[in-house]
Write a protein that binds this ligand. Structure first.
Ligand code: GDP
Length: 410
């Protein structure tokens, strides 16, 4: 068993079979309690259909809206190799928002395409988002093979159509897999009906994905979330985003640039000597150097960039149009500043991917843009591809989040 779990997202055009695939995965990996299965069988029978896995998700969704037990935004299942978390993407706006704000982070993406219908508008848009968000591991499943009599020719035809579209985005999926989520062909076991296909089953292709590399060996990055005064100690808390921290280590505090040493590491009822990337900790500093929320503790020699300008890709969620003279507030990890978008290099239609305009003055709802941003105060920043937490930000206007973005060049 791999020691970590792997998070992925399933995206695709509406009705191409996302819910059915999720239901099927849960069923085939024995991740469902028996009473749930009975219930679904019963509902399906009442409706005169075979077991309909899409009902499962509806059912879970219903429980969620009633505030009970299962959270459909995080669905779990296990193979012999490891545990998986499917991050549900109810709509592309929520998905991009969650990814960009860090509410959920997918390490891989599964794009589902109805083989009868082929490439559709949302297939394009979702693929674009996967590439925008830097998700490099993509599996494409061509679903509903049963509806095209398991035809190899049709599979190849849609595959070619997708290949030429993806090449315009500059990404190459790991594999294209013919499946029927409904019938269970090529999900957890090979199917006789698809014996012309020599590639892996869907589960095999998931098991072949790589987990994100550990960040422990990288230079330290620890954004400060809060500082508590307990008796006469000031304990700062935060999550180590990269690197490791030991008692007596020399660290640098941004923005002050002061160097100091770690006096203690504090965890609930523990005082460990060391903590690593991924852990949330409390810590105290020698000489009680002043520290507050929004500071970033880093390696003294190899810190993040400390700068007031950078290039980024942003996604404009707000219904309100953006015009360039407007002031915005930027939040990156726990840091905050006012900022301006100094240049909108390209305005992009998120559905067609066409560049609408270069050197634009405005941005409209659901548009994507390549921009240059200038902040009032310098911030500790990294490219998104290096340290996500310092490479991802949200922009707000009068208290409302209006865009999310990732830093492409700092
Ligand atoms: P979603 O909108 O992407 O979540 O799509 P659903 O999972 O709700 O599926 C939409 C419809 O397609 C439902 O009626 C499913 O039963 C049907 N469907 C999904 N997968 C398959 C498949 O492999 N074969 C067939 N014949 N129908 C499927």
């Amino acid at each position: 068993m791999d020691d970590s779990n792997l998070k992925f997202v399933i995206v695709g055009h509406v009705d191409h079979g996302k819910s059915t695939l999720i239901g099927r995965l849960l069923y085939d990996t024995d991740s469902l309690p028996p009473d749930k299965i009975e219930e679904i069988k019963k509902t399906s029978k009442e409706l005169g259909r075979e077991t309909e896995f899409a009902y499962l998700l509806d059912h879970l969704e219903e429980e969620r809206t009633q505030g009970i037990t299962i959270d459909t935004t995080q669905v779990f299942f296990k193979t012999k190799k490891r545990e998986y978390v499917i991050i549900d993407a109810p709509g592309h706006v929520e998905f991009v928002k969650n990814m960009i704000t860090g509410a959920s982070q997918a390490e891989a993406g599964v794009l589902i395409v109805d083989v009868k219908e082929g490439l559709k508008e949302q297939t394009r848009r979702h693929s674009f988002f996967l590439s925008l968000l830097g998700i490099k591991q993509i599996i494409v499943v061509l679903n509903k093979m049963d509806l095209v009599a398991y035809s190899k020719e049709r599979f190849e035809e849609v595959k070619r159509e997708l290949e030429s579209f993806f090449s315009s985005l500059g990404f190459i999926p790991l594999n294209y897999i013919p499946i029927s989520a409904y019938r269970g062909d090529n999900i957890s076991k090979k199917s006789d009906k698809l014996n012309w296909f020599e590639g892996p089953t869907f589960l095999e292709s998931l098991d072949a994905l790589k987990c994100k590399g550990s960040k422990e060996k990288e230079p330290l990055i620890l954004p400060v979330q809060d500082v508590y005064k307990i008796q006469d100690k000031r304990i700062a808390v935060g999550r180590i985003e990269a690197g490791r921290l030991k008692v007596a280590d020399l660290v640098k505090i941004l923005p002050s640039g002061l160097n100091t040493k770690i006096l203690s590491i504090e965890k609930f009822k523990e005082r460990p000597q060391e903590a690593v990337a991924g852990e949330s900790i409390g810590f105290t500093l020698k000489n009680d150097v002043f520290i507050e929320r929004g500071n970033v503790v880093c390696s003294p020699l190899n810190g993040p960039s400390f700068t007031d300008n950078f290039s980024a890709i942003i996604f404009w969620f707000s219904k309100n149009e953006f015009s360039k003279e407007k002031r915005l507030e930027i939040r990156c990890a726990t840091q905050k500043s006012t900022c301006k978008i100094e240049r909108i290099r390209e305005r992009i239609d998120s559905s067609t991917l066409n560049v609408i305009e270069e050197d634009a003055e405005v941005l409209k709802n659901l548009e994507v843009a390549k921009v240059d941003i200038k902040t009032k105060k310098p911030l500790a920043l990294k490219n998104f591809s290096e340290v996500e937490e310092l490479g991802r930000f949200v922009l707000s206007q009068e208290g409302n989040i209006c865009a999310g973005g990732i830093i492409t060049s700092v």
